[in-house]
Design a protein around this ligand. Structure first.
Ligand code: GAR
Length: 202
């Protein structure tokens, strides 16, 4: 089976993107990371992608008058790179239906909580404030509902009594990397849609 061509969207550090790039070094991995886009020009993750010989682009949201105009430009850019799957990895933008419609079923996001708990921002602070004993991360398909698309995979971590938002974020991040690698493999190899069809009795 042809390896799926993947584009990764980042806004910052890019450690999840790095985990995907490292996994895709294995020729048996069903996806290859061929392009990385950031909306932030000095996102540290861009340096890593460039160091790996991966093509990169900066598409600044400030260069577009509306969210829709930005998403239309971003979607056209992604299409021009002949991509099969898009992975949002710390891409801190709310996506509009203009982009989501173009990539429906082929765009993934990683979110630092056990969705549907703690959609949106500041997930670690909110989990601690609630006295949650369990927290984690979710990879889901992106739909028009923010952080609300179907779950592909989740990973759990315990919340410890002396946790701070930083210590909890670090524990979650450590499970995010293998989680995203596993989730992208499921989607890229077509196992996810087959599993859904099986559940639907098809
Ligand atoms: C990750 O923890 C990811 O789950 C989170 O941003 C971080 C990016 O880290 N994403 C969101 O909060 C999306 N709403 P990274 O740049 O090192 O991959």
């Amino acid at each position: 089976m042809r390896r799926r061509r993947v584009g990764v969207l980042i806004s910052g550090r890019g450690s999840n993107m790095r985990a995907l790039v490292e996994a895709a070094r294995d020729p048996a991995y069903p996806a290859e990371i061929v392009h990385v886009v950031s909306n932030i020009a000095d996102a540290p993750g861009l340096d890593y992608a460039r160091s790996q010989g991966i093509s990169t682009a900066v598409l600044s949201h400030n260069a577009h008058p509306t969210r829709e105009a930005y998403d239309a430009a971003l979607s056209a850019h992604l299409k021009a790179h002949d991509l099969d799957i898009i992975c949002c990895a710390g891409f801190m933008r709310i996506l509009t239906p203009i982009l989501i419609r173009d990539w429906e079923g082929r765009i993934l996001n990683i979110h630092p909580s056990l969705l549907p708990a703690y959609m949106g921002l500041h997930t670690h602070e909110r989990a601690l404030a609630d006295g949650a004993t369990e927290h984690g991360a979710t990879v889901h398909l992106v739909t028009a509902e923010l952080d609300g698309g179907p779950t592909v995979a989740q990973a759990k971590v315990p919340v410890l009594p002396d946790d701070t938002a930083d210590s909890l974020a670090a524990r979650v991040l450590a499970v995010e990397h293998p989680l995203y690698v596993r989730a992208l493999a499921l989607v890229a190899s077509g196992q996810l849609s087959r599993a859904q069809e099986d559940r639907n009795g098809q």
